[in-house]
Design a binder for this molecule. Structure first.
Ligand SMILES: [Fe+2]
Ligand SMILES: [Fe+2]
Length: 308
């Protein structure tokens, strides 16, 4: 079972003529990269491997978004929320979950030779360096991707399109700033007039808390944190819940649904996002060395055991 390699894939989508965020979808195509051994150079001695890999990757990313856009309906999201709200899958600590995610990634991730915990800790440590006093932000970085355990059999073994990728609201018109917007045409919600106005079932300024987002690791981890009584401040929970909401934080779509508090929290999400994308480094964090610090934050903001 694969967990995403969070490698940003930069480039513009020919069809949509805009940057396509593929931070969390690159792994699903890069499995091909692993088996695809292109020659180093062509007959003229020029390198062409990058181009081939890139186009393969783009195809996989597009295929991913097609599935996601067709299947993430208002009804599906409601069902997922009800199902996972039971939190009846496991009891474990935050750190145990980090290790669980770690094992899985280490095993299956073709692009990232470092375990997933390194992405979490590198993000957290980079933020810690620049924002030493915001301990809640360090912890937020550590836990922001833990929801990816949804891939595991014990947690429902959800397909990629229900765990990763950009997220977006359901129950209102799909904004054109969503990547690969054309595939929403095949989403059954596109035929429901109630869901196809700008506000849909929501109202202007209602606040994102009242909006159903496509289901994935963001909303799941938010739910786990909230239901287990975390004391993380509002911006921390906002980051966990909306860090894949690229149509909003990168493209500026859906702001009409935001409350005043959402706008305040968005500032922190913008800060966080830089580190999430660019903290990957060849320098590994010494897990045992930093563990006591992060454990102290876990003790401060979470119960010892959480229901998942
Ligand atoms: Fe994520
Ligand atoms: Fe991440």
């Amino acid at each position: 079972m694969a967990i995403q390699a969070e490698q940003p894939v930069h480039g513009s989508q020919v069809e949509e003529k805009k940057n396509v965020h593929t931070e969390e979808t690159s792994e699903l195509v890069s499995a091909k990269d692993r088996t695809f051994k292109a020659p180093e150079s062509n007959a003229f001695g020029q390198s062409f491997r990058d181009y081939d890999i890139e186009s393969e990757r783009q195809k996989g990313v597009e295929e991913f978004y097609k599935l996601q856009h067709i299947n993430q309906t208002y009804g599906f999201v409601k069902k997922m929320r009800e199902h996972y709200k039971k939190l009846d899958k496991a009891e474990m600590s935050i750190w145990e979950c980090c290790e669980l995610l770690n094992e899985v990634v280490d095993d299956s991730d073709p692009d990232l030779d470092e375990p997933q915990i390194q992405h979490l800790l590198q993000t957290a440590e980079a933020i810690r360096k620049d924002y030493p006093n915001e301990d809640w932000l360090h912890l937020t970085a550590l836990i922001h991707d833990l929801g990816k355990i949804l891939h595991l059999p014990q947690f429902g073994e959800l397909p990629q399109w229900a765990v990763v990728g950009d997220t977006f609201p359901v129950g209102c018109a799909f904004d054109e700033k969503n990547v690969h917007h054309k595939y929403f045409k095949e989403n059954p919600d596109s035929k429901n007039p109630a869901y196809n106005t700008k506000e849909g079932v929501y109202s202007k300024g209602c606040g994102l808390d009242n909006v159903l987002m496509s289901w994935g690791h963001d909303d799941y981890m938010y739910m786990v944190a909230k239901e287990n009584g975390t004391t993380l401040p509002s911006p921390g929970l906002f980051i966990i819940r909306y860090h894949s909401f690229y149509p909003l934080h990168k493209e500026g779509a859906y702001t009409h649904l935001m409350s005043e508090e959402d706008f305040e929290n968005l500032k922190w999400l913008h800060i966080f996002n830089k580190y999430d994308l660019y903290s990957k480094s060849k320098v590994l964090v010494d897990v045992e060395k930093v563990k006591p610090y992060y454990q102290s934050l876990i003790d401060k903001y979470f119960p010892a055991k959480l229901k998942w």
